[in-house]
Design a protein around this ligand. Structure first.
Ligand code: PRP
Length: 211
């Protein structure tokens, strides 16, 4: 039995059509269910639906053999216990800093709100900018609006959320897309089964690129 961990939300919405093109279909409608584990049309494959930050952890500890997660999560929670196998080119966006539009430049220490604590620390250290990182778990834009933070580090897709809250994007930290990761131990122990599954997904991606 192979276990594939999927990231719920927008990544899931974009992953399911790609999996369908690879001939992998959940046995029931994932989005209409509160279940977290699903059988698939392939008798030897089951699907888990997790928060993105948890996908690398499941794969790292072998609770899932492979997973789909955003590059943002992989950068923040880097591990050598899995391979980043494929760029699925799904859910593309950017990890950026942002601040109130037209704010006066800040001298001295910055307060920065983010859920990407490690990446934010790296970014401001590389700029030589002293920064106190405030960890939040969602709705980052509000932290800048309410003056909890001078800047935020967050995902920007359309830019609508920044715009709607009077913020503007500043520095680009990374271009983000969803990646397929494969556990090192699983690849050794279940090589044949995994290879067949990986080939299916690789082929579906190739077909997309060719069309
Ligand atoms: C993400 C991100 C931004 C927004 C960006 O939030 O954190 O808030 O999407 O998208 P946009 O540029 O198209 O407006 P999400 O809705 O995933 O929720 P979160 O705030 O809980 O992370």
């Amino acid at each position: 039995m192979l276990t594939l961990a999927l990231t719920k939300g927008r990544i899931l919405d974009e992953t399911l059509p790609l999996l369908a093109e690879a001939g992998i279909v959940p046995a029931e409608d994932i989005r209409a269910s509160r279940k977290l584990i699903f059988a698939s049309n392939l008798p030897a494959l089951r699907l888990l639906v997790l928060r993105g930050v948890d996908v690398p952890t499941y794969v790292r500890y072998g609770a899932a053999d492979l997973g789909v997660a955003g590059k943002d999560c992989l950068l923040e929670y880097a591990s050598d216990a899995y391979y980043e196998w494929l760029d699925l080119r799904l859910a593309r966006c950017r990890l950026m800093t942002a601040a109130a539009k037209g704010r006066t430049p800040i001298t001295g220490r910055l307060r920065v709100a983010t859920k990407y604590v490690r990446l934010a620390r790296q970014h401001y250290a590389a700029k030589g900018q002293q920064a106190d990182i405030i960890q939040l778990y969602g709705g980052m834009e509000l932290a800048a609006v309410m003056n909890l933070a001078d800047e935020i580090v967050d995902i920007v897709d359309t830019g609508n959320t920044l715009e709607a809250n009077g913020l503007e994007p500043l520095d680009l930290l990374a271009d983000i897309s969803s990646r397929l990761i494969v556990g090192r131990a699983s690849l050794k122990l279940k090589h044949a089964e995994l290879s067949t599954l990986l080939e299916r997904i690789e082929q579906a991606l190739k077909d997309r690129a060719d069309s």
